[in-house]
Write a protein that binds this ligand. Sequence first.
Ligand code: FES
Ligand code: FES
Length: 170
Amino acid sequence: MNVEVETMVNGKLVHASVPARLHVADFLRQHLGLTGTHVGCEQGSCGMCTVMVDGEAVKSCLMLACQLDGRHVRTVESLAEDDRLSPLQQAFKEEHALQCGFCSPGFLMTATALAYQGKRPCRAEIREEIAGVLCRCTGYENVVTAIERWFAEHPQGAREDETADGARTA
Ligand code: FES
Ligand code: FES
């Protein structure tokens, strides 16, 4: 059985007819071609698939695509502008927070959601907040440093490019 869905994805309105059992990660990857959202466990354990839905970090393998109706989604594809990395991505690059990179979209969108919510986490809080993303390369120190630096360098709460519908404002 298919269900009609109308949702904003990275600032663009999307209409789709989706199988009722399709989860958001597969919807993004297979229906919209947004393969930056990675899928690891499909059981809610690894956090690789984290995206932002209405400002909250959500494990997209645990949410059905039909539940996106009327909601706003942001994926990692919304961060860079053409070839220009976002400040958060740049911080990951400069702090060597990218190893194989498979988990990186999960970390990036978790941090983006924190900023969107106006949080200014300290290092210990960042560590706690990103605990839902399991990095197989175990590179947490540099990830924490990159996110900490991003917040420090963006005293407005790193919100300069965060809006509810994924459109960039700066
Ligand atoms: S793929 Fe969603 S939590 Fe692992
Ligand atoms: S960088 Fe390889 S899984 Fe995290």
